[in-house]
Write a protein that binds this ligand. Structure first.
Ligand code: ADP
Ligand code: MG
Length: 235
């Protein structure tokens, strides 16, 4: 995408619905990327692509409009005070989900976390900084750190920074942390919620326990109870 050649249109027409194609075309014509290169992740809920932008690269995340996870998105959004007024309309919910991830990435970045910098969003499409080199940075699950203790500290410090800023990631595990040249980059911020939302304490507990369990498997001793207490006190 989205050079105007027929070949490209044919390629992507089979992949996206007309609505998504228009959203991609709009973002591309606004100069956010030149063409989609290849899929990084063909997720059930969203597909992530590497896109070329001039001599560089960006990541493009496309939320599926017909996602089976749709029914799970609405309850999450409804308890987020920023989306109290949202109606249970499938397309609107997916757009809000996309917008929320964009806003959440901005907040996380401002809180000092290493996350992909969000660049633009429109409808169900989010453009963000690409993490990686000639290959995308692997998930932590697929690329265990060489120095797990240092990696764990950096990663858990990020979780704490976010808590101090008043937010919780909400879907943290070795699937949503990239190992970018031995430094953690937390991704997939669509579940992030303000700590003042009613379910946030459980989300924070789950995030911290998930990460600590992963790092324990790699020989890092973490005191998750103390960590949680500190994070909740900072709230
Ligand atoms: N900014 C990015 N740079 C490089 N790879 C990315 C980026 N964002 C996502 N990915 C890749 O795409 C996969 C899915 O992205 P994610 O945001 O976790 O979506 P999902 O909702 O499908 O889990 C990630 O595991 C990672 O491999
Ligand atoms: Mg993910």
């Amino acid at each position: 995408m989205v050079r105007d050649s027929r070949e490209d249109w044919k390629t992507w027409q089979g992949v996206f619905d007309a609505f998504t194609l228009r959203a991609l075309f709009k973002l591309s014509s606004q100069g956010h990327f030149d063409e989609l290169m290849r899929t990084i992740s063909p997720g059930k809920e969203a597909m992530v692509f590497v896109a070329r932008k001039g001599a560089g690269m960006v990541a493009v995340k496309v939320y599926k409009l017909e996602t089976a996870k749709f029914s799970k998105m609405f309850p999450y959004l409804r308890v987020d005070p920023r989306y109290h007024a949202l109606k249970n309309n499938q397309r609107q919910v997916v757009f809000s989900w996309t917008e929320r991830e964009y806003r959440n990435l901005l907040i996380a970045r401002e809180a000092g976390l290493r996350v992909p910098t969000p660049i633009a969003h429109f409808a169900n499409v989010l453009v963000m900084e690409y993490i990686g080199g000639s290959e995308p940075a692997p998930m932590l699950r697929a690329a265990a750190p060489e120095d797990p203790a240092r990696f764990a500290k950096e990663c858990l410090d990020d979780v704490e920074r976010l808590a101090r800023a008043g937010f919780v990631h909400g879907d943290l595990s070795e699937h949503n942390v990239l190992n970018d040249g031995e430094r953690p980059v937390i991704i997939d911020f669509s579940h992030m919620a303000p700590l003042r939302a009613p379910n946030s304490r459980e989300l924070l507990e789950r995030d911290v326990l998930n990460m600590c369990a992963y790092f324990r498997k790699h020989g890092v001793d973490t005191d998750e109870k103390a960590m949680l207490a500190r994070m909740l006190a900072a709230k």
